[in-house]
Design a protein around this ligand. Sequence first.
Ligand SMILES: [Ca+2]
Length: 424
Amino acid sequence: MNTASVNRKTTDVTSASIRPDSAAGKFLLAATALLLGASTPTSPLKEISPVIGDTPIISSVAESQFQTEKKQFKELSEIMASYSNYETAKQQLNEQQLALLEKGEARYTKTDLWDISPYGCSWYCGGGPSKITASSELSPIQDQKLSYAAPQAHDWSLKTAWVEGVAGYGIGEYLNYKFDKNSPPVTAVSIYNGYLKSEQIWRNNARVKQLKMYVNNVPYAILNLQDIMSRQTFQLAPKPGLQGKDADMYIKFEILSVYEGDKFEDTAISEMEFDGTGVHCFAKGTPVTTPHGTKPIEQICIGDTVLTLNSATNAIEAATVQATASRKHYLYELDFDGIKVRATDTHPFFYNGTFYSVVANNDYGVQTKALTVGQKILCLKDGVVDATVLKAVVKSETSEDAFTITALDRNNLFFVNGICVMAE
Ligand SMILES: [Ca+2]
């Protein structure tokens, strides 16, 4: 039975003057509801569990040590800058200074321990939400100048949080993230649950147990959060990811249930960060290996066939391109024993089951190791899988158009200038 005939029957019921609160009326209404349900079957929403990441250290002792080391690092940077040669400068340092240098700018250019802003080139170079709103916000406490507004859940600081502003635990309240049309696709979200300003504040306020996620107001999934301070990453969609191609896209997170706070009926989220595809690229003109020779990467289109590596069997297999992307980027020139590839600093290169990139990262669901001079990387030589060695890395000073393949129908490794890289 289709919906039209059900609707007609509903009309018949009313015209027959059977009162809906009579026994016959209740039976007919129930039967109609069953028929309506049967004509539009709905499958239960998928539930997603998180991958647990780093746990932030937010004690006052750790913060004081961080600020001391930050000051020492600044002094160290000034010493290093006074030498024209980096390696010569390093020889002047003691063990403690070398350790400090190792941790480097990624750590000590941050404001404080709660600062989780990305270092180097991340998905946010070309992507990210353009506006964040909430159904309600807790009013700022007088004289404290603290804000609990929606953007506090996306300001790269765990010291700030969005807190819902209704009576009770805020069941049904939501955060809504806007992604402009054609913003790079979203594949994952990482959530810091609760108000992480201090352990005490975290315990006193409520944390989220379940979030209902909507894409453009259509229910999409249930996110099951754990009651922990660690980063919780939810894989939302396979590559290439969620994107508003013809219009802006909205991803909404509604509170379904909570872990109660010790002191307050206020539910908080310190941070929600997104990740995705389409922003890690290669320079224009980079040759991609296909079954019929090479093709410049900017000319690669959806439906094209390229050669890929099956990492399980080491076989070379043809695969179809399913998505591509282009952005402006600062690139690094990597010299593989005379073969040059210009790529973004986090783009993964492959060797024997491990990924490497100039800046080690976990942007693709795989942890990459630092790609340093001397590292072997797989390559294709005369149709045979071989290895080459990285001889030099040079950073370019200007931002330029860059391109990549973001999804293939099989395997996730292809070849640029013969060098084996991950599809992203
Ligand atoms: Ca925050």
